[in-house]
Ligand binder design. Structure first.
Ligand code: ATP
Ligand code: MG
Length: 375
């Protein structure tokens, strides 16, 4: 018997780690169908190179359609072009306070910041001092910027009122990400807006085809296979990550089967699995209360087109015996959203500042079935 840990006898991936180009955080050199967006963002910050004033830019659109990839590419090109402009990237998902963002930026500039003992204003003063000395200009990208709700969003005001020459790249799924920010922030913020449109089937086919070309040996993954994965991805909402997962798993399936080509049967075997494997794991990793919240949302939003407000969900959850307080409840909602099981957006007029509209994002039938099994 061959050793279980020997590599496959016949491979489909290039070299030893050809499959790494199918991982989510791999940034390819080219981003097909996002050339326009890249140029708009680059044009906004390019004045910095000659000491001019940049234009801030706000990117928004659905998950998995290249907003972060476009931003990272622009930052990389800027870094390669000049050392007089420093680039900083920060995801506000975990750093969702004014203090947290300021500390993170200061740390990124090389300063060691004690975990406790510095007031937010002190951190801000240190940051200004650093920014002033470190470079002539800055590009600061704040990803998932809507996470800085309410007063925490004042960090944008901190940056805008500094006399440092900086261009902000702000990113969110929510086109109304700043609704909840202080009026002072909104009035001092002006930006170019770039709405990312969802990719269609043909675009997904190009994008996934290019990633497949890099990952697989010549002839190992037929364009028809990429077509099937692109179709599945388009129909599941267009998140490129889903398509990348399918290609990776189909490739591994082919290698396990000992062939040197990814076949239609390998792909078929993984499509549903990719979606439900992710969902199953996510559901196991959450608490009983989070599952109870999910059941409540499912019951309240019988169709995906009818969202429920945070308040309604909290009320119904409590009625059914939910034990956690509102603060924890909101934390749980945020977690379910980060797992892409639920999605939320800030509600419009007439609602309290922090009210969000919640919808189910995972496939409803499957989610209901899995939650049923997990009682
Ligand atoms: N045009 C493209 N060409 C090549 N790869 C792409 C393209 N668009 C997206 N991708 C890939 O898809 C994955 C998801 O893209 P990205 O992280 O930029 O999504 P996003 O819009 O920031 O999503 P989210 O809102 O969930 O953060 C990444 O692996 C990225 O490399
Ligand atoms: Mg992103």
């Amino acid at each position: 018997m061959r050793n279980l840990f020997d590599g496959p006898e016949r491979g489909v991936f290039r070299g030893d780690d050809g499959d790494h180009v199918l991982l989510h955080d791999f940034l390819p050199d080219e981003l097909p169908h996002r050339e326009n967006e890249m140029h708009v963002v680059a044009d906004c910050v390019s004045p910095l190179i000659s000491g001019g004033r940049p234009v801030h830019v706000f990117l928004h659109g659905a998950p998995g359609i290249g907003k972060t990839a476009v931003t990272r590419t622009v930052l990389t090109h800027m870094g390669d072009q000049t050392s007089s402009v420093k680039v900083l990237y920060l995801n506000c998902w975990s750093k969702n306070t004014r203090h947290g963002v300021l500390v993170e930026l200061l740390t990124a500039l090389g300063e060691i910041v004690p975990r406790q003992g510095l007031s937010t204003d002190e951190v801000y003063d240190r940051l200004l001092y650093r920014l002033d000395r470190k470079a002539d200009g800055y590009v600061i990208a704040l990803d998932e910027v809507d996470r800085l709700a309410g007063k925490e969003g004042d960090v944008l005001y901190d940056l805008l009122r500094s006399e440092v020459n900086l261009g902000l790249i702000l990113i969110s799924n929510d086109p109304y990400a700043f609704r909840n920010f202080d009026a002072r922030v909104r009035s001092s913020l002006s930006y170019e807006e770039v709405a990312f449109a969802a990719y269609g089937y043909d675009e997904l086919k190009d994008i996934l085809g290019e990633r497949a070309r890099m990952a697989f040996l010549p002839g190992a993954c037929d364009p028809a296979i990429v077509g099937v994965v692109a179709r599945f991805t388009a129909e599941s909402g267009g998140d490129v990550r889903l398509g990348l997962d399918c290609l990776l798993k189909a490739g591994r399936e082919a290698e396990r089967a000992g062939t040197d080509r990814v076949g239609a049967d390998h792909v078929k075997a993984v499509l549903g699995r990719v979606r439900s494997a992710r969902l199953k794991l996510d559901l196991q990793g959450i608490t009983d209360e989070e599952r109870a919240i999910l059941r409540t949302v499912l019951a309240l939003t019988e169709q995906d087109t009818t969202p429920a407000t945070t308040g309604t969900v909290f009320g119904a959850y409590k009625e059914k015996g939910g034990v956690v307080a509102e603060r924890t409840f909101r934390k749980y909602l945020a977690n379910l959203e980060s797992l892409r099981i639920l999605s939320s957006r800030l509600s419009g007029k007439g609602q309290r500042g922090n009210t969000r509209l919640i919808t189910v994002r995972a496939p409803r039938t499957e989610l209901t079935a899995l939650l049923g099994e997990m009682y």
